[in-house]
Design a protein around this ligand. Structure first.
Ligand code: UDP
Ligand code: MN
Length: 417
């Protein structure tokens, strides 16, 4: 029975983290959750990513990364390192829901976990590094503007002892460790990948009951590459982590390849055809995959850099779908400005610009950006620097005039001197 006033909530501040959020959302769908799925995003999430998010999540909510409204928010601005943390706090503003479960974008559910909604705020599992603290990757909470404001107030007065949301939330909900054991979620609801190899016997004993795996730490599943031919998962040219962790990584990649990549590709294709002049309207059901059987991929190409890899064999439990030829390259789109614009049925997407060779183009873009600023500086009377930059980015470059190489060189020379 669907419960409309309760939701799983996650956060993705950029396209990378949104890939994790998509896999998480899909894993919740695969296990037939009866709750809504909501995601908080920030303005830099691309329009293609937003379209894909809309097909997996019931609600895609844009929030500001840094506040600027009143004096309290101004003091937050002096702590830029906490901005993502504060973005997470926005989950308390989702008062359309009576109760929610927040889950980091780097978590993955292994079975239905709807029973978490029987718990009260603030329920969370112990952190494997310091078990008197809870890990803030999975927690049950009640949206409330009052709590939200108290949290902001607390944050401005006390900051966060670890610089992130976990330190802040542990200080705010400081009686978690001692007051109510009902608020201690079993560790299997937030099994950190690090705990898998720090306490192997426990993992062997309890690991099969794991319900949520959390890829915490700096290396996230989307930082790896998967070679479907050699069935290897690689990071920085080498495999890392324990074999046990690999089966979770494999599962992450399996969902990514089977359910998420096809959506990304489809949306990219549509946006490509749009940028070539054929207007395409995104209909919700065109990209909808909610509660549907996973797609099977069979006609995509493996990028050559993936073909070169061959390391640890994880054949034992490698899923069949991995034999298909797939490319884990995420569509790269131009960064968007800050207005809220989510694709609605019958509403065409704002025209995104796609680059054929992502990495390289990014560099070119950066160069264009710098040079365009240079040309703006060369021409102090430029009426509008933003317009000038836009022209550059659109390829309208005044090679013979203000953007001529000799002008740019002269400017560079002044820097070098
Ligand atoms: N997050 C984000 N963008 C960032 C960093 C973090 O959207 O640049 C969100 C995302 O949901 C992520 C969560 O904040 O899962 C917590 O960060 P992370 O998982 O990287 O921390 P860890 O669990 O590794 O300590
Ligand atoms: Mn995390």
């Amino acid at each position: 029975m669907a419960v409309a006033d309760q939701a799983f909530v996650t956060l993705g501040s950029d396209d990378d983290y949104c890939q994790g959020a998509l896999v998480l959302g899909q894993s919740l769908r695969n296990h037939v959750t009866s709750r809504k799925l909501a995601i908080l995003i920030t303005p830099q999430v691309s329009s293609v990513m937003r379209a894909v998010l809309c097909s997996v999540f019931d609600e895609v909510i844009e929030v500001d990364e840094i506040y600027s409204a009143d004096s309290m928010h101004l003091s937050l601005l002096e702590r830029p390192e906490l901005s993502v943390t504060f973005t997470k706090l926005h989950c308390w503003t989702l008062t359309q829901y009576s109760k929610c479960v927040f889950m980091d974008a780097d978590t993955l559910v292994l079975c239905n976990i709807d029973e978490l909604f029987e718990r009260e705020e603030l329920s969370a599992a112990p952190d494997s590094g310091w078990p008197d603290c809870f890990n803030s990757g999975v927690f049950v909470f009640r949206p409330s503007l009052q709590t939200y404001n108290n949290l902001l107030q607390f944050a401005t007065e006390h900051g966060s002892f670890d610089g992130g949301d976990q330190g802040l939330l542990n200080s705010f909900f400081s009686n978690w460790a001692t007051t109510d054991i009902g608020k201690h979620l079993p560790f299997i609801y937030n099994l950190s990948s690090s705990a898998i190899y720090t306490y192997v016997p426990a993992f062997k004993h309890f690991g099969r009951d794991a319900k949520v795996v959390h890829f915490l730490g700096s290396t996230k599943p989307w930082h790896y590459t998967y070679n479907p031919q050699t069935r290897t998962i690689m990071h920085d040219g080498a495999t890392s982590g324990s074999p046990n962790q690999f089966s979770f990584l494999q599962l992450w990649w399996k969902i990514y390849y089977a359910n998420i990549l096809p959506l990304l590709e489809k949306c990219q294709e549509m946006a490509n055809s749009e940028s070539q002049g054929q207007k395409h309207v995104f209909y919700d059901d065109e990209i909808r995959l909610k509660n549907e059987t996973p797609l099977v991929i069979n006609s995509l190409q493996i990028p050559t850099f993936l073909e070169q890899t061959s390391e640890m064999d994880i054949t034992a439990s490698a899923p069949e779908e991995f034999d298909n030829k797939i490319t884990p390259v995420v569509p790269q789109v131009e960064q968007r400005s800050s207005e809220v614009r989510l694709p609605e049925p019958n509403q065409p997407l704002e025209q995104p610009v796609f680059h054929p060779a992502p990495q390289q183009t990014l560099k070119l873009d950066e160069t264009a950006h710098h040079i365009s600023e240079l040309s703006i500086q060369l021409k102090p009377e430029a009426p509008n620097a933003e317009d000038e930059r836009k022209k550059w980015e659109e390829g309208h470059i005044d090679y013979m005039g203000k953007d001529a190489f000799e002008h740019i060189k002269r400017k560079l020379d002044t820097f070098l001197k």
